[in-house]
Design a protein around this ligand. Structure first.
Ligand SMILES: *Cc1c(COP(=O)(O)O)cnc(C)c1O
Length: 824
């Protein structure tokens, strides 16, 4: 809190004034009273009270940025996985205690009220959550920044299980209004789509292009304040909602009655209706291209409008003021859009415009998976964005003739590979190549990933521009992912470390001094136990399954994907079950395996894996022969708010992707920060986590990147493992029986087929034995409670690097070059 409080701020130090404020909002904002108010109404009234602080500071921040004409980063992302905002805002405003006390006097529990808030799930997984952690850190560090994205009416679907199978229901997060957002009709934008391009010549014979769009869509901005920790800076997340425009293009209509039926059918509102539920796959759908263009065009117009307010038609300061970060290639269409604005609208020479673009855009690559690298068919592009296709061709022509030719003279193979246009039966626009060519920096998201971006994905680009490709290792905000989600551990930390650790996470290192201290170990383990008791309650509520908080809680939470290898976890659980059936005295601590994962609705094998886990869980959980030594829980509807309950209770963190496939991972960081021991492959940020925590404090298994390459080069054959490991063979054969699916033999057989007949694309069987050995190692470590406590403490103590504040500072130093701005 600021020392000199305005009158506004004064009540935030005073329970009684705060109570009055909440009740005032209950009456005048919610139109109800204390006697009949629902919990939802109380939650709303509390949010309204908090917003008095939030919006006042947001306004102050925006005013200061405007007055000082600050350089700002514009974070373009198709996804922002924000989760709930009430507790986060209270934490960052540092009024959580006073609000909690005030509510208690009203007979209300802050935690119960917080449960009333629907998650703001405008993202799929790691990429969207990263964007949310980054806007938190940008505000915390006082950097001028704005997040730009889509105001989806429906976020990521909610997940139910029906007889073990995933069922999706639409997510209606703002059906009954959302207290955190403000509509800004004064900043509405109009966005063209479809139509044709006219070529014109002026009296001097100079060529110019005019796009005659077939349709105009309105973009309505909704602003969500992003409160930095300490609440000095409150930045804005601006999300665009699409609406039908009253505008009708007679020009196009008269030019030949040209409005094809499909164009007419597209309802403008559908553009921002729903988030595409694919994680790490490209669906290549027309509506998705329109979503990408819609939000980029709105955002670029918004940026240009704001720039012109300060600089008029003088473009000379543009690159000093503006940097745009592309979160993956999803917003890459912003590149030809800015070119179009500069060349067609501002009548700028191509070279000058291109120069500006190359100083404005930077691109973050999030994956090497070929199925996730975005490509759009030239045919679709021409239909939806005809002028942008022309601009892309011109960017490409100049790149190949002026740039590639100099470094690779006459080398058509390299030109074919680097071209933005992929030739072939269906010509395609490669958004990754466009992004690298137009950006001044390209970063991967963990050391190994960035190395592979250079060596395997874009080696020729690296040769052309040796300083363009770089690394910024991902991070997570410790405000949400430790302070707010794990209050018990936070209080313990506060007793031993300066209380500013949430903005200075390296200070946790101090805890390592206590790693051997028996009393501290006890305290640490006691907190883990209490968190496990709480999660056990959630598990029983959600699934009816009773689990023992004394057992080892082994957690795998992340999107369901074959590369993340939930199937490896599953076959290992089946192997444990088999060992217990064969030998009821099989030596192992009690274990609970807990999953949380959504599968993309169109990803068949992912859904089969969910089904298999649920069927195996059902059988194991009701088998009295194994005396509760093994339990398997699949919590439905994994999302940010559920992650916040699971992570503090984890003993073990499963990070078992095939080496080379997980760009970074951020779930790995959240779990380790809360004292979970990682069982993981040498992939993504696991490598850096192992470096920071020390090899003795993580359990590494499996093939590394080079061994994977070697194995594939020699021709990987999963049957070798099937025939050489009898336990593995028996487990895989179970999938074909009706052991887990009584009366329905073969219901799970596709999983076996994918691991054998279809070639086991993610080398699951190759890593099984090593994985099984790693779990045996965990068993031994877990029984030695002091040893385990020490490892867990060292993990928490060593996670300073994985603070998203550090990531943001790396972006600022290496890419954005921003200056923090002090707000009053
Ligand atoms: C952190 C997070 C992720 C990313 O998890 P990974 O294990 O890195 O894939 C996905 N979903 C949610 C809800 C998260 O909070």
């Amino acid at each position: 809190m600021a020392k000199k409080n305005t009158q506004q701020d004064a009540k935030w130090l005073d329970k009684k004034a705060l109570k009055d404020c909440i009740i005032h909002h209950l009456h005048s904002t919610l139109g109800t009273d204390e006697n009949k108010a629902s919990k939802k109404a109380w939650w709303n009234a509390t949010c309204a009270a908090v917003n008095e602080l939030v919006f006042e500071r947001a306004t102050r921040t925006q005013k200061t940025h405007y007055q000082q004409d600050t350089r700002a980063v514009h974070y373009f992302s198709l996804e922002f996985l924000m989760g709930r905002l009430l507790k986060n805002n209270l934490t960052n405003l540092q009024v959580d205690q006073v609000v909690s006390d005030a509510l208690a006097e009203l007979g209300l529990d802050i935690n119960e009220l917080a449960e009333e808030e629907p998650d703001m799930a405008l993202g799929n997984g790691g990429l969207g959550r990263l964007a949310a952690c980054f806007v938190d850190s940008l505000a915390t560090l006082g950097y001028p920044a704005i997040g730009y994205g889509i105001h989806y009416e429906h976020g990521l679907f909610t997940q139910d299980f029906h007889h073990g199978r995933q069922v999706e229901r639409p997510d209606s997060w703002r059906e009954y209004g959302n207290p955190w957002e403000i509509c800004r009709p004064e900043s509405i934008q109009e966005i063209p789509l479809y139509g044709y391009v006219e070529t014109r010549y002026d009296e001097n014979g100079n060529i110019s292009k005019e796009w005659h769009p077939g349709r105009i869509i309105k973009g309505v901005p909704w602003d969500i304040p992003v409160v930095g920790y300490g609440a000095k800076t409150v930045n804005i997340l601006r999300l665009w909602e699409s609406r039908a425009s009253d505008f009708f293009n007679w020009d196009v209509f008269n030019a030949g009655g040209y409005l094809d039926a499909q164009v007419e059918n597209v309802q403008a509102e559908t553009i921002s209706k729903v988030l595409y539920p694919n994680d790490n796959t490209d669906a290549g759908k027309e509506l998705r291209l329109m979503q990408q263009y819609f939000f980029c065009a709105c955002s670029i117009k918004d940026i240009v409008r704001r720039y012109k307010r300060a600089h008029g038609d003088d473009w000379s300061e543009f690159t000093k003021q503006i940097v745009i970060q592309l979160n993956d290639t999803h917003p890459a269409i912003a590149i030809p859009e800015l070119m179009r604005i500069l060349v067609d609208r501002a009548n700028m020479q191509w070279d000058k415009a291109w120069d500006i673009c190359q100083q404005v855009f930077a691109y973050t690559n999030h994956t090497l998976l070929p199925e996730a690298l975005e490509k759009w068919s030239v045919r679709l592009f021409e239909k939806v964005l005809p002028r942008h296709l022309e601009i892309i061709y011109e960017i490409n022509r100049r790149f190949l003739e002026d740039v590639v030719e100099k470094v690779y003279p006459g080398n058509d193979a390299v030109k074919r590979k680097l071209s933005i246009i992929e030739e072939g039966h269906q010509k395609m626009v490669r958004m990754g190549n466009l992004s690298v060519i137009a950006s001044f920096k390209v970063n991967g998201v963990a050391e190994i990933h960035s190395k592979l971006v250079k060596s395997d994905l874009f080696p020729e680009f690296d040769k052309i521009w040796p300083n363009k490709l770089t690394n910024v290792t991902n991070g997570v905000t410790p405000r949400r992912w430790l302070k707010s989600c794990n209050p018990l551990l936070s209080d313990l930390i506060n007793k031993h470390v300066d209380e500013d650790w949430p903005v200075n996470l390296y200070k946790l290192k101090r805890l390592a001094d206590k790693a051997d201290d028996a009393e501290f170990q006890q305290a640490f383990l006691a907190i883990k136990y209490q968190n496990k008791v709480k999660l056990a309650q959630v598990i029983e509520q959600e699934t009816g399954i009773k689990v023992d908080p004394e057992a080892m809680f082994d957690i795998q939470i992340k999107r369901l994907h074959e590369y993340k290898r939930q199937q490896l976890n599953l076959i290992h659980i089946m192997a444990l079950y088999k060992r217990l059936l064969e030998n009821p005295n099989y030596e192992m601590p009690k274990r609970v395996f807990i999953f949380g994962a959504k599968a993309a609705p169109g990803y068949h094998m992912a859904k089969e894996i969910i089904y298999a886990i649920n069927r195996v869980a059902e059988k194991i959980n009701q088998d009295s022969r194994i005396k509760d030594k093994l339990k398997v829980v699949f919590l439905p509807n994994y999302r940010v708010s559920l992650a916040e309950k699971m992570i503090p209770a984890a003993d073990v963190s499963e990070q078992i992707s095939l080496a080379g496939k997980e760009a970074s991972g951020t779930g790995n960081m959240k779990l380790a920060l809360n004292g979970a021991i990682t069982i993981g492959t040498l992939d993504g940020a696991n490598i850096e986590i192992a470096e920071e925590a020390g090899e003795d404090n993580v359990v590494i298994f499996g093939l590394d990147v080079d061994q994977v390459k070697a194995k594939r080069a020699h021709g990987y054959n999963p049957w070798d493992h099937y025939y050489s490991n009898n336990e593995l063979k028996c487990v895989l054969d179970w999938f074909e029986s009706d052991f887990f699916t009584p009366g329905k033999p073969g219901e799970l057989a596709e999983i076996k087929r994918s691991l054998l007949d279809y070639g086991d694309s993610y080398l699951t069987l190759a890593d099984f034995e090593s994985y099984s050995d790693a779990h045996k190692k965990l068993d031994k470590l877990f029984i030695d409670r002091a040893r385990w406590a020490k490892m867990a403490i060292i993990n928490t103590a060593s996670m300073g690097k994985f603070n998203s504040d550090r990531s943001i500072q790396d972006y600022v130093d290496r890419i954005w070059h921003l200056t923090p701005c002090t707000i009053k």
